[in-house]
Design a protein around this ligand. Structure first.
Ligand code: HEM
Length: 430
């Protein structure tokens, strides 16, 4: 160059820190992991984090590749996660948990052939037909919840609406009283803390106590429904036959408790986060809010784009069963993987301009927010139903919807589940 200076890449002057300098489990990092996800996809699609020893899988194609091989990449990760750290093997935590029913791996944390048998029963709970018929009922619950805060002209949408719709639907489906919902939230948080990947010892002990309380409550319900079956999912499960090697039998307390827990937890926080995020994304994209309000045929794709963009189950564990390769990267038996669904859903190789929220995106529905393969979410149809019914009702009843002045949003400090903690909004209600 004429002035004698050499042109240098701006990045070289201020190089990004190496990936090894990032604490991927830090609650502050979790506020916006997307720039780091992009670096992982570009620089190290399969990356062994030297700080945690966990292997991250971050691209769309490689997440698919792992999920196509359940014989190699196992969902029996609960033991491995505990064994991986002395903190997780805390004797006090184990003592608290041993007062409850012994844990057993059923759907999410099981592998074939057990997984197949439990999943078959779990799927019966939310058959296509049953969920298809729930439209009017979901609308009724939605309207009843809005009635409570509409006259006030403002609300905290997550706590007062988004949490309550899925929890009411699950409580009704399970056949347990809505009045007990506060307890379900309390217990559900216990499971979420346990899965969070960032819990302190005190939080884990507290979570263990909540889990044992949950178990006691549901053992009682199971026994009630064993004696007096009613038309609900718990009764169905209690009286169902688990087809075990030509020798059908009823499920044990441990098995039932595990399945009910998954329905209660997997279905609530995820759907609540998705409902909250959908509203938030439209509030921050007013032209798309106007388009969706005007043309309700955009709602189903808006739901898919919300699921893609947020990925409420942002990450999920896998356990490597035998030495293998992922995209040419060797992994060893016993290693723990983190499948980054959130990153896969922002992969430019699959989604054009992936960080743009676009309710008209043509391939939005090909997201991996519900997973893929044998563990694909069994509640996907139910979650979609709740969202497609609730959003238009919210838009209709909450006119001039806006974020409350001064609202600052924080994402939940959880490695697996992503979503904002609160969404304070104002509106002209009707
Ligand atoms: C927006 C809402 C939801 C999202 C984003 C979501 C996401 C997921 C994902 C990613 C998986 C796969 C996990 C893996 O790869 O190992 C999964 C599995 C599962 N989900 Fe959902 N889910 C949602 C709603 C629900 C609902 C409403 C229910 C129940 C009523 C539910 C029950 C389950 C169960 C039981 C599994 C385990 C299935 C198996 O292992 O075979 N989910 N979910």
């Amino acid at each position: 160059m004429a002035d004698g200076h050499t042109a240098v890449d701006a990045g070289a002057l201020n190089p990004a820190p190496p990936l090894s300098a990032i604490n991927f489990f830090d609650p502050e990092f979790l506020q916006d992991p997307y720039p780091a996800y992009k670096r992982l996809r570009d620089e190290a699609p399969v990356y062994r984090d030297p700080n945690s020893g966990i292997v991250f899988v971050s691209t769309y194609d490689l997440v698919m590749e792992v999920n196509r091989q359940p014989g190699v990449f196992s969902n029996r990760f609960s033991e491995a996660l505990r064994a991986g750290s002395p903190e997780r093997m805390d004797p006090e935590e184990l003592a608290i948990l041993s007062a409850g029913v012994p844990p057993v791996d059923t759907m999410l944390t099981a592998d074939p052939p057990e997984h197949t048998r439990y999943r078959k029963l779990g799927m019966k709970a939310f058959t296509y037909k049953r969920v298809e018929q729930m439209g009017a009922y979901v609308a009724e619950v939605t309207n009843a919840l809005i009635d409570r805060f509409a006259p006030r002209g403002s609300c905290e949408l997550k706590a007062e609406f988004a949490n309550l719709l899925p929890m009411t639907v699950i409580a009704d489906a399970l056949g347990v009283p809505r009045e007990d919902m506060d307890r379900f939230f309390h217990w559900s948080e216990g499971f979420i803390i346990q899965l969070s990947g960032v819990a302190t010892r005190d939080q884990r002990l507290d979570a263990a106590r909540r889990i044992v309380d949950y178990q006691r409550y549901f053992v009682e319900k199971i026994e009630e429904k064993r004696a007096h079956p009613t038309d609900d999912v718990i009764s169905d499960l209690v009286h169902a036959d688990l087809a075990e090697e030509d020798d059908p039998r009823k499920m044990t307390h441990s098995e039932l408790i595990s399945i009910i827990q998954q329905l209660l937890v997997a279905g609530n926080e995820t759907t609540a986060h998705a409902l909250t995020a959908g509203i938030y994304y439209l509030l921050t994209h007013p032209e798309q809010m106007a388009a969706v309000r005007e043309d309700s045929s955009l709602i189903p794709n808006f739901v898919e784009e919300t699921l893609r963009f947020l990925s409420p189950t942002n990450n999920m564990w896998r356990l490597v069963k035998s030495d293998a390769e992922i995209g040419g990267f060797p992994v060893r038996a016993g290693e723990v993987l983190l499948l980054r669904y959130g990153s896969a859903n922002r992969d430019a190789a699959h989604f054009e301009d992936p960080d743009r929220f676009d309710v008209r995106r043509e391939n939005a529905r090909s997201h991996l927010a519900f997973g893929v393969g044998i563990h694909t979410c069994i509640g996907a149809q139910l979650a979609r139903k709740e969202m497609t019914i609730a959003f238009p009702i919210l838009f209709d009843r909450l006119q001039n919807l806006r974020l409350k002045a001064g609202a600052t949003l924080r994402y939940s400090p959880n490695v697996l589940l992503r979503g904002v903690l609160e969404l304070p909004v104002a509106f002209d209600g009707r």
